[in-house]
Design a protein around this ligand. Structure first.
Ligand SMILES: [Zn+2]
Ligand SMILES: [Zn+2]
Length: 120
């Protein structure tokens, strides 16, 4: 596995089902999410965003602009398929557009096992 200091984590918007990329930067205290951009699904497939992964402490930086489609600044990690979806920090239920999983959001989770990512 490559060890990149900046990776792009693919995610889907819970409201529109569209894909976007989250830029994650490795710092001493863990991963910081600081940018998000629209990412067409065919482009994501070309870039092979599942070759790398991030794990450990993940912080959403204050400059993080939020989901490019709905503006949601949070995100949820699907417990079933391990993919990310945006979260508007209000809904307590989420729907994963990758695997169709639905469930309640456990707030306050800052430690993640392993999230698939790739460089861009
Ligand atoms: Zn969204
Ligand atoms: Zn899922």
């Amino acid at each position: 596995m490559r060890k990149n200091n900046v990776v792009i984590v693919p995610a889907k918007c819970q409201h529109s089902g569209k894909m976007f990329g989250i830029r994650a930067e490795r710092r001493n205290d863990g991963w910081h999410l600081n940018w998000a951009f629209e990412l067409p699904e065919d482009e994501a497939a070309r870039e092979k965003f599942d070759e790398d992964s991030i794990s450990g402490r993940i912080t959403i930086d204050s400059e993080y602009p939020g989901c490019p489609y709905c503006g949601g600044k949070g995100f949820v990690h699907c417990g079933k398929c391990g993919k990310l979806s945006c979260w508007d920090e209000e809904d307590t239920r989420f729907t994963c557009h990758y695997c169709g999983n639905t469930g309640l959001i456990n707030c306050g989770a800052e430690e993640f096992g392993e999230i698939k990512a790739g460089d861009y």
